[in-house]
Design a protein around this ligand. Sequence first.
Ligand code: COA
Length: 160
Amino acid sequence: MKLALYSGTFDPITKGHKEIIERASRMCDKLIVAVLNNSSKKTLFSLKERKEMVEEALKNIDNIEVIEHSGLLADYMREIDCKYIIRGLRAVIDYEYELSLAYGNYDISNGEIETVFIPASKKYLYVSSSIVRELALYNGKLDDYLDEFVIEKIKSRVKE
Ligand code: COA
């Protein structure tokens, strides 16, 4: 693939996201990492803060550009002429939801946007942003799941 896009809310970015992004970056010439809003989620970090964390976490991968977008993903993809979305699949529980997103994007783009799934590695099968937010709230151990700088940010945010 020449150009592909990995999308997510990243509230915050975890090592599970990073693992998928590193693998995705090897499958294409350029990977856009799009930080978005899911209208059914209230986030701990603003869109700008989430984008800054994603940029910092991925700064060592050369062929990546991080962007933020607050409208429909398919509209942004049409603007930049990108036709592939890459998403990670963890356990079976992701499947129904991911299928609805994939068909949604396929339909609203008149069949132009395909979604490609990468299976998450076993180590990160059950990591999610809500789990790390919960761990941060109750002072749980976070270093298996988050970069050091993200741990500092999430701890200080939950204290506020
Ligand atoms: N490692 C760790 N966590 C992972 C993961 C991985 N490899 N893959 C998924 N997750 C987790 C996330 O942490 C997140 O956890 P949470 O629900 O506990 O916060 C969850 O899986 C799903 O998150 P994400 O992949 O970020 O998707 P999302 O459901 O929050 O949002 C968007 C999906 C933002 C891409 C989608 O809503 C979107 O495209 N929005 C823009 C508007 C639009 O175009 N809508 C129409 C779509 S048809």
